[in-house]
Design a protein around this ligand. Structure first.
Ligand SMILES: [Ca+2]
Ligand SMILES: [Ca+2]
Length: 90
């Protein structure tokens, strides 16, 4: 039982470190939160928006599977920077 709780605490600690790192990276990248992260336009930012972002990941303007609404930082690519915008700005 103690081993189980230890694993949970380690996992929680890793998540905290990861989110802190994300926030720091976002500040360094000067993420703008002016962007609407509701990619599918249903009024909320949720799992469906993440799914669209995931589906468009790695594409750029001109690709048939590029989703302009998923390019949250408007750099013409769907990359980890767009994930950062979604995570940091919500
Ligand atoms: Ca949505
Ligand atoms: Ca982008």
């Amino acid at each position: 039982m103690l081993k189980c709780w230890g694993s949970i605490l380690v996992a929680a600690g890793m998540m905290l470190v990861a989110s802190a790192t994300f926030a720091q990276d976002a500040q360094e990248a000067q993420v703008s939160c002016d962007t609407n992260t509701d990619i599918d336009g249903d009024g909320i930012t949720g799992p469906r928006d993440f799914a669209i972002l995931k589906g468009a990941y790695g594409t750029n303007e001109g690709d048939s599977d590029f989703v302009a609404a998923a390019d949250l930082n408007h750099d013409g690519w769907v990359t980890t920077l767009d994930y950062q915008v979604m995570l940091v700005c919500n």
